[in-house]
Design a protein around this ligand. Structure first.
Ligand SMILES: [Zn+2]
Ligand SMILES: [Zn+2]
Length: 292
Protein backbone atom coordinates (compact mmCIF):
# COMPACT_ATOMS: atom_id res chain seq x y z
CA UNK A 1 0.00 0.00 0.00
CA UNK A 2 1.40 3.35 -1.04
CA UNK A 3 0.33 6.40 0.95
CA UNK A 4 -0.39 9.41 -1.24
CA UNK A 5 0.10 12.92 0.13
CA UNK A 6 -2.97 14.98 1.04
CA UNK A 7 -4.32 17.23 -1.69
CA UNK A 8 -2.51 15.44 -4.52
CA UNK A 9 -3.66 12.90 -7.12
CA UNK A 10 -5.78 10.22 -5.47
CA UNK A 11 -5.65 6.44 -6.01
CA UNK A 12 -7.73 6.70 -9.19
CA UNK A 13 -5.63 9.47 -10.72
CA UNK A 14 -2.38 7.65 -9.97
CA UNK A 15 -3.72 4.34 -11.32
CA UNK A 16 -5.05 5.81 -14.57
CA UNK A 17 -1.70 7.52 -15.08
CA UNK A 18 0.04 4.16 -14.63
CA UNK A 19 -2.31 1.62 -16.24
CA UNK A 20 -4.16 3.85 -18.71
CA UNK A 21 -1.56 2.89 -21.24
CA UNK A 22 -1.79 0.10 -23.78
CA UNK A 23 1.88 -0.90 -23.65
CA UNK A 24 1.86 -1.19 -19.88
CA UNK A 25 -1.25 -3.40 -20.00
CA UNK A 26 0.34 -5.61 -22.65
CA UNK A 27 3.63 -5.89 -20.74
CA UNK A 28 1.73 -6.90 -17.60
CA UNK A 29 -0.38 -9.39 -19.55
CA UNK A 30 2.73 -11.08 -20.97
CA UNK A 31 4.32 -11.09 -17.52
CA UNK A 32 1.27 -12.92 -16.16
CA UNK A 33 1.71 -15.40 -19.03
CA UNK A 34 5.35 -15.97 -18.05
CA UNK A 35 7.50 -13.23 -19.60
CA UNK A 36 10.26 -12.15 -17.23
CA UNK A 37 13.27 -11.24 -19.36
CA UNK A 38 13.67 -8.34 -21.74
CA UNK A 39 13.94 -10.74 -24.69
CA UNK A 40 10.64 -12.41 -23.74
CA UNK A 41 8.67 -9.19 -24.25
CA UNK A 42 10.61 -8.31 -27.39
CA UNK A 43 9.73 -11.70 -28.85
CA UNK A 44 6.03 -11.50 -27.88
CA UNK A 45 5.14 -7.85 -28.57
CA UNK A 46 5.76 -5.46 -31.48
CA UNK A 47 7.54 -3.14 -29.06
CA UNK A 48 10.74 -1.14 -29.48
CA UNK A 49 13.67 -1.36 -27.05
CA UNK A 50 13.17 2.24 -26.01
CA UNK A 51 9.47 1.88 -25.23
CA UNK A 52 9.96 -1.42 -23.41
CA UNK A 53 12.81 -0.02 -21.32
CA UNK A 54 10.79 3.05 -20.38
CA UNK A 55 7.66 1.10 -19.43
CA UNK A 56 9.54 -1.56 -17.44
CA UNK A 57 11.36 1.06 -15.43
CA UNK A 58 8.14 2.98 -14.81
CA UNK A 59 6.31 -0.17 -13.66
CA UNK A 60 9.32 -1.16 -11.53
CA UNK A 61 9.47 2.30 -9.92
CA UNK A 62 5.77 1.95 -9.14
CA UNK A 63 6.36 -1.40 -7.43
CA UNK A 64 4.71 -3.71 -9.98
CA UNK A 65 8.00 -5.44 -10.84
CA UNK A 66 11.15 -6.14 -8.88
CA UNK A 67 14.42 -6.42 -10.69
CA UNK A 68 16.68 -9.37 -10.15
CA UNK A 69 17.34 -11.99 -12.72
CA UNK A 70 15.02 -10.20 -15.16
CA UNK A 71 11.77 -8.65 -13.97
CA UNK A 72 9.50 -10.46 -11.52
CA UNK A 73 5.93 -9.39 -10.86
CA UNK A 74 5.33 -8.30 -7.29
CA UNK A 75 2.04 -9.03 -5.57
CA UNK A 76 0.90 -5.57 -6.65
CA UNK A 77 1.86 -6.29 -10.27
CA UNK A 78 0.26 -9.74 -10.36
CA UNK A 79 -2.90 -8.27 -8.83
CA UNK A 80 -3.76 -6.58 -12.17
CA UNK A 81 -4.95 -10.00 -13.43
CA UNK A 82 -8.62 -9.23 -12.72
CA UNK A 83 -8.44 -5.99 -14.76
CA UNK A 84 -6.80 -7.81 -17.67
CA UNK A 85 -9.23 -10.71 -17.49
CA UNK A 86 -12.15 -8.26 -17.62
CA UNK A 87 -10.60 -6.46 -20.60
CA UNK A 88 -10.01 -9.79 -22.35
CA UNK A 89 -13.64 -10.87 -21.86
CA UNK A 90 -15.01 -7.49 -22.98
CA UNK A 91 -12.87 -7.35 -26.13
CA UNK A 92 -13.77 -10.95 -26.88
CA UNK A 93 -17.48 -10.20 -26.67
CA UNK A 94 -17.73 -6.68 -28.06
CA UNK A 95 -14.89 -6.06 -30.48
CA UNK A 96 -15.63 -7.80 -33.77
CA UNK A 97 -12.75 -8.76 -36.02
CA UNK A 98 -10.21 -8.38 -33.24
CA UNK A 99 -6.80 -7.88 -34.85
CA UNK A 100 -5.31 -10.40 -32.50
CA UNK A 101 -7.30 -13.58 -32.15
CA UNK A 102 -7.81 -13.84 -28.44
CA UNK A 103 -7.18 -17.19 -26.80
CA UNK A 104 -10.01 -18.88 -24.99
CA UNK A 105 -9.94 -19.41 -21.26
CA UNK A 106 -10.75 -22.35 -19.04
CA UNK A 107 -11.47 -22.32 -15.32
CA UNK A 108 -9.18 -24.86 -13.71
CA UNK A 109 -11.70 -25.78 -10.99
CA UNK A 110 -14.57 -26.71 -13.33
CA UNK A 111 -12.44 -27.37 -16.43
CA UNK A 112 -14.88 -25.44 -18.64
CA UNK A 113 -14.75 -22.24 -20.73
CA UNK A 114 -16.12 -19.28 -18.78
CA UNK A 115 -16.66 -15.55 -18.62
CA UNK A 116 -15.75 -13.55 -15.53
CA UNK A 117 -18.82 -12.21 -13.71
CA UNK A 118 -18.49 -9.09 -11.56
CA UNK A 119 -19.85 -9.81 -8.08
CA UNK A 120 -20.01 -8.24 -4.63
CA UNK A 121 -17.29 -9.92 -2.56
CA UNK A 122 -19.49 -9.80 0.56
CA UNK A 123 -22.70 -11.47 -0.71
CA UNK A 124 -21.55 -12.94 -4.04
CA UNK A 125 -24.45 -11.36 -5.98
CA UNK A 126 -23.74 -10.37 -9.58
CA UNK A 127 -23.49 -6.62 -10.15
CA UNK A 128 -24.15 -4.93 -13.49
CA UNK A 129 -23.95 -1.22 -14.26
CA UNK A 130 -27.61 -0.90 -15.15
CA UNK A 131 -29.09 -2.46 -11.99
CA UNK A 132 -28.17 0.53 -9.81
CA UNK A 133 -27.30 -1.76 -6.91
CA UNK A 134 -24.28 0.35 -5.94
CA UNK A 135 -24.74 3.56 -3.97
CA UNK A 136 -22.04 6.10 -3.28
CA UNK A 137 -19.40 7.92 -5.21
CA UNK A 138 -16.52 10.15 -4.25
CA UNK A 139 -14.97 9.49 -0.83
CA UNK A 140 -12.78 11.80 1.28
CA UNK A 141 -10.02 12.10 -1.36
CA UNK A 142 -12.40 11.99 -4.30
CA UNK A 143 -12.95 14.79 -6.78
CA UNK A 144 -12.74 15.05 -10.54
CA UNK A 145 -9.64 17.16 -10.33
CA UNK A 146 -7.76 14.62 -8.20
CA UNK A 147 -8.99 11.57 -10.16
CA UNK A 148 -7.74 12.65 -13.57
CA UNK A 149 -4.11 11.65 -14.05
CA UNK A 150 -1.49 14.34 -14.39
CA UNK A 151 -0.54 15.38 -17.89
CA UNK A 152 2.64 13.77 -19.11
CA UNK A 153 5.36 16.22 -19.97
CA UNK A 154 5.69 14.70 -23.42
CA UNK A 155 3.41 16.07 -26.10
CA UNK A 156 0.67 13.78 -27.20
CA UNK A 157 -0.89 13.70 -30.60
CA UNK A 158 -3.80 11.54 -31.62
CA UNK A 159 -3.84 9.91 -28.22
CA UNK A 160 -0.42 8.26 -28.53
CA UNK A 161 2.90 9.43 -27.21
CA UNK A 162 5.40 10.58 -29.75
CA UNK A 163 7.91 7.84 -30.34
CA UNK A 164 5.68 5.03 -29.15
CA UNK A 165 3.05 3.98 -31.61
CA UNK A 166 0.13 2.13 -30.15
CA UNK A 167 0.42 -1.63 -30.39
CA UNK A 168 -3.12 -1.88 -31.72
CA UNK A 169 -3.70 -5.08 -29.78
CA UNK A 170 -6.34 -3.65 -27.42
CA UNK A 171 -7.54 -0.88 -29.75
CA UNK A 172 -10.92 -0.27 -28.20
CA UNK A 173 -9.83 -0.65 -24.60
CA UNK A 174 -7.04 1.78 -25.39
CA UNK A 175 -9.59 4.22 -26.77
CA UNK A 176 -11.59 3.88 -23.53
CA UNK A 177 -8.86 4.00 -20.87
CA UNK A 178 -5.54 4.46 -22.68
CA UNK A 179 -5.73 8.23 -22.51
CA UNK A 180 -6.36 10.29 -19.41
CA UNK A 181 -9.25 12.24 -20.91
CA UNK A 182 -10.96 9.15 -22.25
CA UNK A 183 -10.63 7.38 -18.92
CA UNK A 184 -12.08 10.34 -17.04
CA UNK A 185 -14.87 10.62 -19.60
CA UNK A 186 -15.77 6.93 -19.21
CA UNK A 187 -15.72 7.38 -15.42
CA UNK A 188 -18.03 10.38 -15.72
CA UNK A 189 -20.41 8.47 -18.00
CA UNK A 190 -20.63 5.67 -15.40
CA UNK A 191 -21.47 8.31 -12.79
CA UNK A 192 -24.44 9.31 -14.93
CA UNK A 193 -23.03 12.36 -16.70
CA UNK A 194 -24.48 12.72 -20.20
CA UNK A 195 -24.45 16.41 -21.10
CA UNK A 196 -21.60 17.95 -23.01
CA UNK A 197 -21.27 20.85 -20.57
CA UNK A 198 -21.19 18.46 -17.59
CA UNK A 199 -18.48 16.33 -19.20
CA UNK A 200 -16.48 19.46 -19.80
CA UNK A 201 -16.93 20.65 -16.22
CA UNK A 202 -15.93 17.25 -14.74
CA UNK A 203 -12.87 16.96 -16.93
CA UNK A 204 -12.00 20.64 -16.71
CA UNK A 205 -10.74 20.35 -20.24
CA UNK A 206 -11.12 22.22 -23.50
CA UNK A 207 -14.35 21.79 -25.51
CA UNK A 208 -12.25 20.59 -28.45
CA UNK A 209 -10.67 17.79 -26.40
CA UNK A 210 -13.99 16.75 -24.88
CA UNK A 211 -15.71 16.80 -28.28
CA UNK A 212 -12.90 14.73 -29.77
CA UNK A 213 -13.07 12.07 -27.02
CA UNK A 214 -16.87 11.90 -27.16
CA UNK A 215 -16.73 11.48 -30.94
CA UNK A 216 -14.33 8.54 -30.54
CA UNK A 217 -16.53 6.82 -27.95
CA UNK A 218 -19.62 7.37 -30.13
CA UNK A 219 -17.86 5.93 -33.17
CA UNK A 220 -16.93 2.82 -31.16
CA UNK A 221 -20.56 2.41 -30.12
CA UNK A 222 -19.73 2.91 -26.44
CA UNK A 223 -21.74 6.14 -26.18
CA UNK A 224 -25.04 6.71 -27.99
CA UNK A 225 -25.86 9.85 -29.96
CA UNK A 226 -27.30 11.42 -26.79
CA UNK A 227 -24.05 10.65 -24.90
CA UNK A 228 -25.38 7.81 -22.76
CA UNK A 229 -23.59 4.50 -22.33
CA UNK A 230 -24.81 1.84 -24.75
CA UNK A 231 -25.02 -1.88 -23.90
CA UNK A 232 -21.43 -2.16 -25.10
CA UNK A 233 -20.39 0.76 -22.89
CA UNK A 234 -22.26 -0.59 -19.86
CA UNK A 235 -20.55 -3.96 -20.37
CA UNK A 236 -17.20 -2.26 -19.68
CA UNK A 237 -18.28 -1.83 -16.04
CA UNK A 238 -16.32 -4.85 -14.71
CA UNK A 239 -13.11 -3.37 -16.15
CA UNK A 240 -13.83 -0.05 -14.44
CA UNK A 241 -14.68 -1.65 -11.09
CA UNK A 242 -11.66 -4.00 -11.15
CA UNK A 243 -9.49 -0.97 -11.92
CA UNK A 244 -11.05 0.95 -9.01
CA UNK A 245 -10.54 -2.08 -6.76
CA UNK A 246 -6.87 -2.42 -7.70
CA UNK A 247 -6.33 1.32 -7.29
CA UNK A 248 -7.74 1.31 -3.78
CA UNK A 249 -5.95 -1.85 -2.66
CA UNK A 250 -2.57 -0.36 -3.50
CA UNK A 251 -2.90 3.42 -3.07
CA UNK A 252 -4.52 5.47 -0.38
CA UNK A 253 -4.57 9.23 -0.01
CA UNK A 254 -4.00 10.71 3.43
CA UNK A 255 -7.65 11.85 3.62
CA UNK A 256 -9.08 8.38 2.84
CA UNK A 257 -10.41 6.55 -0.23
CA UNK A 258 -11.24 8.25 -3.52
CA UNK A 259 -14.41 6.28 -4.14
CA UNK A 260 -16.74 4.61 -1.65
CA UNK A 261 -19.57 2.34 -2.77
CA UNK A 262 -22.14 0.37 -0.81
CA UNK A 263 -23.81 -2.71 -2.28
CA UNK A 264 -27.42 -1.81 -1.56
CA UNK A 265 -28.93 -5.36 -1.48
CA UNK A 266 -26.55 -6.59 1.25
CA UNK A 267 -25.51 -3.28 2.81
CA UNK A 268 -21.77 -4.08 2.77
CA UNK A 269 -19.08 -1.76 1.43
CA UNK A 270 -18.70 -2.87 -2.17
CA UNK A 271 -15.48 -4.66 -3.03
CA UNK A 272 -15.31 -6.06 -6.56
CA UNK A 273 -14.67 -9.76 -7.12
CA UNK A 274 -15.03 -12.05 -10.14
CA UNK A 275 -16.91 -15.35 -10.27
CA UNK A 276 -16.81 -18.07 -12.93
CA UNK A 277 -19.91 -17.87 -15.16
CA UNK A 278 -19.93 -21.65 -15.55
CA UNK A 279 -19.56 -23.02 -12.01
CA UNK A 280 -20.19 -19.88 -9.98
CA UNK A 281 -17.05 -20.22 -7.87
CA UNK A 282 -14.86 -17.22 -7.07
CA UNK A 283 -12.08 -16.83 -9.64
CA UNK A 284 -8.48 -16.79 -8.52
CA UNK A 285 -5.55 -15.84 -10.70
CA UNK A 286 -3.99 -19.31 -10.61
CA UNK A 287 -7.21 -20.94 -11.83
CA UNK A 288 -7.53 -19.00 -15.09
CA UNK A 289 -5.95 -21.03 -17.87
CA UNK A 290 -5.58 -19.61 -21.41
CA UNK A 291 -6.28 -22.05 -24.22
CA UNK A 292 -5.25 -21.68 -27.84
ZN1 LIG B 1 -23.36 -7.54 -1.53
ZN1 LIG C 1 -15.74 -22.54 -13.08
Amino acid sequence: MTELPAGQRNAIGVTLGLLGDEWSLLILREALLGASRFVDWRARLPISNAVLTARLSRLTDAGLFVRGNGYRLTERGADVWSILLSIWAWEDRWVPGHVERLPGRVHRLCDKPFDPVLVCSACDAAVVASDRSLAGGFGPSGSWERSVPEATTRRRSGGGEVGSLNAGLFPETTALIGNRWSAALVGAAFQGVHRFSDFQRCLNSSPTMVADRIRTLCSLGVLSDDYRLTAKGLAFFPVVMCLVGWAQRWYRAAEGPALVYRHVPCGADFVAALDCSTCGDRLARKDVVPTS
